[in-house]
Each structure stands twice: as structure tokens, then as C-alpha cells.
Design a binder for this molecule. Sequence first.
Ligand code: NAD
Ligand code: ZN
Length: 346
Amino acid sequence: MRAVKLVSPGKMELQEVERPVPGPDEVLVRIAGAGLCHSDLHVLHMGEEWPFFGGTVGHEGSGRVESWGADVDGFAEGDAVLVSVVWACGHCRACVEGRDNACEVNGSRHMFPTTPGLGPDGAMADYMVTKARYLDRIGDLDPVAAAPLADAGVTPMHAINSARSRLTPGSTAVVIAVGGLGHMGLQILKATTGARIIAVDNDESKLAIAREHGADLVLKSDADTAQRILDETNGYGADVVFDFVGVQPTVDLATKVVSPEGALRFVGLGGGTFTFGADSNTAVLPWGVNVQRSYGGTRADQLEVIALAQQGKIAVETVTYPLADFQRAFDDLEAGKVPGRAILVP
Ligand code: NAD
Ligand code: ZN
């Protein structure tokens, strides 16, 4: 079978490899779609320190069950499934408390839990194996378009769920960046909260997507964006700000527009630095702001995302590429030319 391998810094290759055989507790999934995440680009640009060269890329995978090991039951051939991003142990305190995206056993203080495509072989291939317990059924959802739900859906869902108490009707939410994650975050906010949504991006074509998906106000990011948001909120600020970029200008924007007791959710991995003033003369943050460096999501978040998609309340805007055209897909993502999510189709 074919698999996209990250072979060395900046270099991916389509290789012919052995089709994996599922172990006793594993399922072999025939991949229907594999989403491209901006995190894959971050990894591609890492140096020799990246520990997983040689692995198959792709942490957003969905497809159909092909075969399974002796200890697996409950699946039928052809079942449509979504592969979880978080391969947690299921037994540690974090997992048992429902915080499996912070698993103590398969992750560590500074390393997220085991993730397919960022360690174990991922979804950019004809087939992948996973433990059966990392699969969720997606029923009649199109298994190609469902792939990004695993991250571009689940990660914003987690950030939103953690700030849900501030997303009451009458509140204002700011979504910074309407890319893969942002366009799903916007739809989840629209479908599950009464918040007024302000979408910000520096690319007009992404703002058009925000308009289509029901943003109440869209703003091209420039020097006036912070003031515009403050003006829209009587100078008080936005209740929740989601930063799906994380570069210094967006971290600063988020910090400048959040309201007292508001929530900042930093999701993007752009390398920006967050600071707050500790005394009232230098304070950049209003009192009471809750800040989270949000990672992925839980299995419960994933079930919610699948349910919303099945109800037709959220949908991934997709651009598909044949698996063999992976390089073109990554180049388009890097150039900012992908509306919604790019998906490789084997
Ligand atoms: P994407 O490439 O699909 O979208 C990025 C969007 O950001 C585009 O719409 C682009 O126009 C916009 N943008 C870029 N710079 C901007 C700026 N200065 N101001 C406003 N908008 C700007 O990326 P994605 O796949 O949605 O990922 C977004 C970020 O989230 C990446 O850094 C990715 O690594 C990270 N990520 C984090 C997690 C997590 O668990 N924390 C999970 C997945 C992805
Ligand atoms: Zn990702």
C-alpha cells in the first residue's frame, strides 16, 4: 500500500509499504479521507530534533473498517469510523476524570498524549491500524469529509466547552482565524451557543467563509481591529476570544479585547508570547480573565462533534486531493490557498 512518510526535515515522500496487520485489539481501517492540519506544517518545518522521522503523517483520518484482531468485537466490515487524535491510556486519573487529552500515561507534562501521524503511523495512506477503542462510528456521514472532525472539529469544540459558561445569549465571542479549525469553531459556536460571533482573519477569502457560516460581524485584521471590537462591545470587551493562530499580533489582539472575567483560549501554535501586567498601572489584562493553552479535545468532545455533524448543524468545507498529490496539498495549505480543510483521498 502507499503511505506519505515524513523522511527528514522538510521532506515527505509517498512510499510503497507493507499493509499493516491488526493486532488482537486493533482494527485495520481503509482510509477514505485524511485531513491536512497546519500542525503538520509546523512538524514538517522542525529540525532533526523531531523524534518521529520515518512515520506516516496524518492525524485526521476516517474510513471504513476492513478487518480486525481476535479480541475485537462490535464492528462489521464497511462500518464508517473516525479515528481519534488522542490515543489515551483510558485508566489514569486524567482519563477517568474525562480529561483524556491530558492523559498521564501516554502523555507527559510537556508532551501531548500519543497521536497517530505524530509518532505511530497515521492516516495519509491507503490503510492504517488503530486500537479498536480509538474509533468512533460516524454512521451515514461521508467518511471523506468527516476526517477533519477528529481535530479541526474536536479542538475548537474543546476550547468552546471549556468557556461555555461565558457563552451565554448576549455574550460576544471573537474567532481569530477562519482556517481549518476556525471555520469549524465558528459553526460550533453558532450551533451550540447564543453568542454574537465576530470573526477575524487577514485573508478576505477566509472572511467570505465566515460570512457564509453565519458570523455576525467579520473584520479583516489590521491596526484598528482591537478598537473595532471594543467599540462593538461598548468598550467592555469580548467575553471569549479564540486565537486559532497564536502569532504575536493575534496573541496581542486577543489580550487587548477580552472583557473582565472573560476567557482567552489560545489554540494556534504560532509561537507568540502571552504576558499580563501584575499591577494596575501596567495591567494589560482586565481582572478575572481565564486563560487556557488549549490542547486537542476529549472523547466526549468528539462524540458531540459527530452528533452535530449528523444533525447537519456543522460541516467541514473541503478541498480534496488524490493521495499522490500530497505535496500540492501541503503547498496550497502553506500558501493560505485552502478554504476550510484540505483532504487527501487514497
Ligand atoms: P489553517 O492554515 O487552516 O488556518 C490558518 C488561518 O489563519 C487562515 O485562515 C489564515 O488566513 C489565518 N491567519 C494567519 N495569520 C493570521 C493573522 N496574523 N491574523 C489573522 N488570521 C491569520 O490552520 P489550522 O489547521 O486551522 O490550524 C491553526 C493553528 O492551530 C495552527 O497553528 C495549528 O498548528 C494549531 N492547532 C492547534 C491544536 C491544539 O490542540 N492546540 C490542534 C490543531 C491545530
Ligand atoms: Zn491537528
